[in-house]
Design a binder for this molecule. Structure first.
Ligand SMILES: [Zn+2]
Length: 242
């Protein structure tokens, strides 16, 4: 298991790369990682801090059992508190939660049918491996809405949030980041394919399922990719580790 400091460094690296990939939003959206076994204590970005300014040392350590923090100077964003706090608590095995309103995923989430169809390797990666929440309840800032969102994962590690965005879970920051990376790519393929107006050549159920399973053989790629991304930050913006 990673130490809290290693987790802080990895999470800070994810913030920097999500900003670099233009998947951030103003000073909103949140990434978090559990530090306790039960998921009740977790690291998250501070309220209204730009992703580019996040570093290992300024991530906020929160305790979802102690909501006195909501009333102090260091109050977290209430919608993040409600979603991340409740999902960490209800799904302690999901150590890392990444939530964004990235362009292509959000565009797909606004369609009447927001499903990712198996069209290529990247879209098939999510075949039967993503949950859909089509009951958008406005900006989530209550425990009820956070609990409702937590229940919609239904054992999956990715959630398409209708009329909203996406959330992915992972055992490590690297695993969750890789999932987010491919999820946005899959949504981009869906939007571009739909935009041609031509009929889609959707893979058969069997082929889609086989392709999704084949991705399991590449699970190690998540760590390799993330290590190289951190290597780039080590050269270009090493303050993320501070
Ligand atoms: Zn959101």
């Amino acid at each position: 298991m990673q130490t809290e400091q290693q987790l802080r460094i990895d999470l800070a690296a994810a913030f920097r790369w999500i900003y670099r990939m233009d998947m951030h939003e103003s000073v909103a959206n949140h990434l978090s990682a559990a530090v306790s076994e039960d998921g009740k204590r977790f690291l998250m970005n501070r309220k209204w801090m730009h992703f580019k300014h996040v570093r290992a040392s300024n991530l906020q350590l929160l305790d979802s059992e102690d909501d006195s923090v909501k009333y102090g100077n260091e109050a977290p964003d209430l919608s993040a508190w409600s979603i991340h706090g409740n999902v960490h608590k209800s799904t302690p095995e999901a150590r890392v939660i990444l939530h964004v309103h990235s362009s292509y995923a959000t565009a797909l989430s606004t369609l009447k049918d927001p499903r990712i169809l198996p069209l290529d390797n990247n879209t098939a990666r999510f075949y039967e491996r993503i949950a859909y929440d089509t009951d958008f309840g406005g900006i989530a800032d209550t425990d009820e809405e956070g609990e409702r969102i937590g229940a919609t994962f239904k054992g999956q590690k990715a959630l398409m949030m209708g009329n909203h965005g996406i959330t992915v879970l992972g055992e490590t920051v690297a695993e969750a980041f890789e999932s987010l990376y491919y999820l946005e790519k899959a949504c981009k393929t869906m939007i571009l394919a739909y935009s041609t107006g031509k009929p889609l050549n959707v893979l058969s159920h069997e082929l889609a399922r086989d392709t999704a399973e084949s991705w399991d053989d590449y699970a190690g790629a998540a760590d390799a990719h993330f290590e190289q991304l951190k290597g780039i930050l080590d050269i270009e913006e090493p303050d993320y580790k501070e």
